[in-house]
Design a binder for this molecule. Structure first.
Ligand code: FEO
Length: 401
């Protein structure tokens, strides 16, 4: 009950924060934790918007009970059925057996698949359907693939509150600070918001674009996502980020150099290129070791920046495995519209460069691979210098376009 916060006079955040989970979806590191947001509306009827992950269910139930203060729960709206939000549906049904569940046909199918007993509780809604709960009227908007096919968002027409499901969410526990204007989002949150979006929803850019178009037609005053801060100001900031991310447009001109190096020689080439770029006036340059940077961070940076250089040693006559994994993630997340430079290394048969170029050409869309590639045979020497200069110049030239 002590973690509940008012979103509006009659809408309450009743979710939970998790600092114990190391890997979101058992894949993505979340060193700042994560919040599972749920919202409870007190009107003539009581309405809960989504539940939470099982891990914070105890806090969540205490929050719900304290806000209801003895009232029954009349409705549970499920916007998204992934278990980090739908995981506590059964706990709600156990405590409030008469609750009516409002959701989509596909979400009800998933509830059955997950083994939930919901017979007789379903109230199926489609795009544009409306429910009135007293003072508040809520309409439902389909949001398929943001980020599962069953997803919808709900819009409280009365107060202009958008329950946005996974859209506009972020990694990071709230730790008391519920609203975007209570944090320095651009300093402390944007990297986690980008990493969340790009890795979780990044593949589905066209669906996010469709949702943004629908959002543009309604008068939104508050955005309540299922993770991270609630937005009640500065919508232009986050909408602009979402627009760019979902169109696969970079946020800024800059160079990300990702290297795969076994003994430091390819790393040296990556650092040499970084130095050369900075010396030539482009200092928005970032260097990452593919072996010790989790791929979720690499993907996030890949969405942020306009230019990427892949520097890979040849391994078993192929691409170094962590570099190959990064490339496959890029493809899986539908990354497009980037300019990519290549550095390869090999002591007897340098091959990684041609293989990376082939992957980018044949497996990915709208990728401009620079002609000026650099081949290192074991380690850089004076013969490599002209190629390094040519690659740096080619990157800078392509930035003028
Ligand atoms: Fe936070 Fe797609 O679930």
């Amino acid at each position: 009950m002590y973690t509940v916060r008012n979103v509006t006079d009659d809408l309450y955040w009743v979710g939970g924060n998790d600092h114990r989970l190391a890997l979101f979806e058992n894949v993505h590191p979340i060193p700042r934790g994560v919040s599972y947001n749920s919202y409870l509306l007190l009107d003539e009827k009581t309405v809960l918007f989504d539940t939470v992950d099982w891990s914070v269910c105890r806090d969540f139930i205490r929050n719900v009970e304290s806000v209801l203060n003895g009232r029954p729960l009349d409705y549970l709206v499920i916007n998204h059925m992934e278990p980090d939000h739908g995981g506590s549906i059964e706990e709600i049904i156990l405590r409030y057996p008469a609750v009516q569940i409002i959701s989509t046909e596909k979400a009800f199918l998933m509830m059955h698949q997950f083994g939930f007993t919901i017979d007789g509780l379903e109230d199926e809604v489609k795009e544009g359907d409306i429910r009135n709960f007293g003072k508040h009227t809520v309409t439902f908007v389909a949001a398929p693939m943001v980020h599962w096919p069953e997803a919808m968002v709900s819009f409280d027409v009365t107060d202009g509150v958008l329950f946005a499901a996974d859209a506009f969410g972020s990694f990071g526990a709230l730790d008391g600070k519920l609203f975007n204007d209570e944090v320095n989002f651009d300093r402390d949150w944007i990297d986690d918001a980008r990493r969340y979006y790009t890795n979780i929803v990044g593949k589905y850019g066209p669906f996010v674009q469709a949702l943004l178009k629908k959002a543009g037609t309604i008068d939104i005053k508050i955005i309540c996502p299922l993770h991270g801060p609630v937005w009640r100001s500065d919508f232009g900031y986050i909408l602009d980020k979402y627009d760019k991310w979902s169109r696969y447009e970079p946020e800024e001109k800059g160079v990300m150099i990702v290297y795969a190096s076994m003994y430091g020689n390819t790393e040296y080439a990556a650092q040499a290129l970084a130095s050369r770029l900075c010396a030539k006036g482009m200092s928005n340059v970032y260097v990452y070791d593919v072996s010790n940077t989790h791929v979720s961070y690499l993907i996030s940076e890949t969405f942020r920046l306009s230019h990427i250089v892949l520097a890979s040693v040849t391994y078993n006559l192929g691409i170094y495995p962590p570099m190959e994994s990064y490339l496959r993630d890029m493809k899986a997340l539908n990354l497009q519209n980037r300019t990519i430079g290549i550095i390869e290394n090999g002591s007897w048969a340098p091959k990684s460069g041609s293989l990376m170029a082939e992957f980018l050409d044949q497996e990915m869309k709208m990728i401009n691979v620079l002609d000026e590639t650099m081949t290192v045979t074991s380690s850089m020497n004076e013969l490599s210098a002209p190629d390094l200069d040519a690659l740096a110049d080619s990157i800078l030239e392509s930035m003028k376009e």
